[in-house]
Every structure is written in C-alpha cells, then in structure tokens.
Design a protein around this ligand. Sequence first.
Ligand code: EAX
Length: 345
Amino acid sequence: MKKRNLKILAVLVVVLFAVTLFAGCAKKEEPKQEEGKQEEPKVEQIVLKAASTPPADHPYNLGLVEFGKLLTERTNGKYVVETFPASQLGSEREAIEGVQMGTIDLSVVSTAPLAGFSDAFLVTDLPFMFKDYNHVYKVLDGEIGQGIMKNLEGTGLVGMAFWDNGFRNITNSKRAIMTPEDMKGIKIRTMENQIHMDSFKQIGADPTPMAFGELFTALQQKTVDGQENPLPIISTSKFDEVQDHLALTGHFYAPAPLLMSQALWDKLSAEEKVIFQDTANDARDIERKMITDMNDKLVGELKAKGMQVTEPDKSLFQEAMAPVYDKWQDKVGKDLIEKVRAAGN
Ligand code: EAX
C-alpha cells in the first residue's frame, strides 16, 4: 500500500473511533412528556448483586430475597437486590474477593473461607466451640460478635449481621459413623480452612479442601468419600442422593455473616446506612427461623429418603479434636476463646 493510502486509512480509523465514542456517550433522548401529565419524580434505581453458593431454595438465597424486598420497600424503590445463588458468581472465596473489589455488593458466606482474609473469625471455626443455639446467639449478637465484625475494618468487607448456616454433620458413602475411630481413612471434603482440616486430621480422616460448587460431583464420582455440612445444605443440595450415611456430630458451628462491599457502604447516606443495617438484622431473623424450622424436620426427611442416621456420642469427638485448641490458641487468642466459652455457661 502506498504511503498516502495508509495515511487516509489512519485518518478514517480515527474518525470512525471518534464517532463511535461520541455515539456511546450521547444521552438517550428522553421520551416526550405527554401533554398535561405530571412528571413523576425520577428515582435512580440501583441494582445490587448478592452472591451465595448453596441452591436457590436454601435460606441464604431466600433470606437475601427477603432482604431485597424489605430494602426496596424501605428505600422507596431506590435499591433492588438481584440474587445469584448456586455459585453462579463463583466459590465463596471468589465471592469474598468480589465483595472486596466491589464487583459483588453482598454475599452470605460461611466464616471458614474468611480465614484467608482475616483472623477475626477463627474462633468460630474451632470444633465444639458452641454448645447450642442459645450460646451462638448470645455470642454473635452481643459484644463479642460486634468485636469480631469490627475486626474486618480495612479489609474492604463490612460485616452486617450474623446469619445462620448451622451445626455441621458428617455424611459419607463408606460406613456408619459412631466413634472418631470410624472416621479413619475417610476422605472428607472440608472448606478451605486450616482449623477444620486439622480437626479432621486429629481423628485420622483425610481432609480435602474444595469449593462447594464442585462437591456434589466429587461425591458422586467418589473423588471424596464424604463431606460435612448443616442439614439444610445437605438436603437442598441433595447430598442424600450420593451419600448413604449421616452422623449427627454437630462438630463445628458455622455462622454465615452477611458481607457488604465497603465501596457500597461508603456511598450510602447516613440515613441509608441505618436502613441497610436494620434490614440486614430483620432479614437475619427471618433467615435464622427458616434454618431452624428446616432443622426440626430434616432428620426425618433425610431418613425417609434412605439415609442411615447415627447419633454418635459427641463428647468422644470433642475429646479427640481437642488438641486443635493447643495448636491454634495463640493465633485465635486465648482470651477470646475463654470469653466465647464463658458465654455458654
Ligand atoms: O456456606 O462450603 C460449605 O460447605 C458451606 O457450608 C456452604 O457453602 C455454605
């Protein structure tokens, strides 16, 4: 090509680019007002993305839907929440990263994968840290819980409220579990959390961390023998289809903080902050109730679906996993462990 032709081509490209750019920026023409009609005050609508990993019918997602309804109502339509359950926006780790970056606005996650982002939640990952739901609520809704959430400052995450995942139970395809010894050699999927992995190593199992979205297939293809989760997760994810045995060990309690992006929080007015906080708390109560209602009936339902259910002596597991406390107490904080424990007495 001649030099002159090249020049013309270059000019053409630049002009074309400029035109496209201009067209992109140009305002869309507003539809003309109909004669005599009052102009409605325009509310700028902001759509918030909310991610979770369990299926759409799990209380994480149902709770986020409720949160959205209340929020839209209370902000006169300004904020709308669009939910993305079933790992649509990635694993819990990816969701946390997304919330940090502001590409995801909200997420409900277990505290376990938060261990890679902050030490604040480690105390909740210890085996048999919580006795029952009374103990859980007393700790998480009180000063200790507030202190834990406050420790997120500077991470890009705002901890809005502790929602509920639940007490975790073991399922597997190998054998009925009654004692810690029964877990010997069982390849069990855990969350990406060192305390959880150490706890299972203590009882001779073979912990394998894996994102939740890959778990069903891994169980089906027997890449792992088992997994551990609260009953509502086991049931909504249909793990009963690929696991024969369920042991009600309740070995970890998994809180599920509603996380919000700091970038979004910083944009809210003082009044909106109050609305968001109140709504996070109200939706928490709704979500918790859904979980506890499910817990009440799920053992029966899972049995009816063919799972063999055992109720092991929990104190045996507690004793066998206890050395994890010695290993982790400095990192978690001895005082904090003591405070949490004392709240259960
Ligand atoms: O947070 O990964 C898990 O096992 C969690 O319990 C689940 O994703 C909900």
